[in-house]
Design a protein around this ligand. Structure first.
Ligand SMILES: Nc1ncnc2c1ncn2[C@@H]1O[C@H](COP(=O)(O)OP(=O)(O)OP(=O)(O)O)[C@@H](O)[C@H]1O
Ligand SMILES: [Mg+2]
Length: 232
C-alpha cells in the first residue's frame, strides 16, 4: 500500500516533568517528501521532534513508523529503525575534525557513504581536517545534516537547519533538502516560512502544543490565518 505513511503520530502528548507542552498532536509523514512544522517561538516544535526522536518520553498517544509503534523505543533503537535527527543545538562534536564527525555518523560503514555526503556538501570536503568547532555556522549545519545522513535514515528530522546561517548558504541547504525530500521522508522545523513551504509539500502549524492549521504547502502559504499563528 503506497498510501500508508512512514510516520503516523496520533494524539501525542509530552512535556518536561509537570509542565505539559504537547497536547495531542496528530500528524503523518509520507515515505518520500517534505513535511514542514511551523509555529512561533515556544510553540512546541523542538519538543515535538525530541519526542519523536525518543529523547523525551511521550506521556500520551502513539508514534508509528511503518505501522509499528515506536513510542517505547530508546533514541538509539529509533535511530536503528531509521529515524535520524539534526537537533537545534549541539549537533556536532566541536573538538573533533570534520572527518571524525563524519566517521562517527557512518558508524563503521564504508567510506563511499562519506563520499556521497561530500558530493551533497562539497564545502565540507575542503575542510575534512579542520576542527568542527572552528567551522562557520553554515558549515556546521551542513556537517550536522551530513552526519545524520550517514546513519541512512528513512526519516530525517531537522530542527531549524538554517538558524544563524547566511542567506546564500541557506539557499544551498534548501536546494539539498529539496533533493533529499525526493527520496526520503523529511520533517523540517523552520522559521523561514517561505523556505519551509518550498521544501515541503505538506505543512503543520503548531500553536501552544496543538496543531492549529494543516494542509498542502500551497494552501497553508495562502491561508489568512497563517500570519496570525506565526506572529510573535
Ligand atoms: N528543558 C525544558 N524544561 C522545561 N520547559 C522547557 C524545556 N525546554 C523547553 N521548554 C518549554 O517548552 C515550551 C516549548 O518549547 P520548544 O523548545 O518546544 O519550542 P519551539 O517551538 O521549538 O520554539 P523555538 O522556535 O524558539 O525553537 C516552551 O514554553 C519552553 O519554555
Ligand atoms: Mg525550537
Amino acid at each position: 500500500m503506497s498510501d500508508a505513511p512512514l510516520l503516523e503520530v496520533t494524539d501525542l502528548c509530552s512535556g518536561y516533568g509537570r509542565s505539559q507542552v504537547l497536547f495531542g498532536i496528530t500528524m503523518r509523514a509520507p515515505h518520500a517528501g517534505g513535511v514542514a512544522i511551523l509555529g512561533r517561538n515556544g510553540a512546541g516544535k523542538t519538543t515535538l521532534l525530541k519526542t519523536l526522536a525518543g529523547e523525551l518520553r511521550a506521556t500520551g498517544g502513539s508514534i508509528r513508523l511503518d505501522g509499528k509503534p515506536i513510542e517505547g523505543r530508546t533514541p538509539e533503537q529509533r535511530s536503528r529503525d531509521g529515524v535520524g535527527s539534526v537537533p537545534q543545538e549541539q549537533a556536532i562534536f566541536a573538538r573533533m575534525t570534520v572527518r571524525e564527525n563524519l566517521l562517527l555518523g557512518a558508524r563503521g560503514r564504508d567510506s563511499g557513504a562519506i563520499d556521497q555526503v561530500l558530493r551533497i556538501f562539497p564545502k565540507l570536503g575542503r575542510r575534512l581536517g579542520q576542527t568542527a568547532g572552528t567551522l562557520s555556522g553554515g558549515e556546521r549545519k551542513m556537517l550536522a545534516v551530513g552526519r545524520a545522513l550517514l546513519g541512512r535514515p528513512r526519516l530525517l528530522m531537522l530542527d531549524e537547519p538554517t538558524e544563524g546561517v547566511w542567506i546564500g548558504v541557506i539557499e544551498e541547504i534548501a536546494d539539498q533538502l529539496m533533493e533529499l525530500a525526493g527520496r526520503m521522508s523529511i520533517i523540517l522545523v523552520e522559521q523561514h516560512v517561505e523556505l519551509a513551504l518550498r521544501v515541503a509539500s505538506y505543512a503543520y502549524v503548531i500553536d501552544r502544543g496543538t496543531v492549529v492549521l494543516e494542509g498542502p504547502a500551497d494552501d497553508v502559504r495562502n491561508d489568512k490565518a497563517l500570519l496570525r499563528y506565526l506572529a510573535p
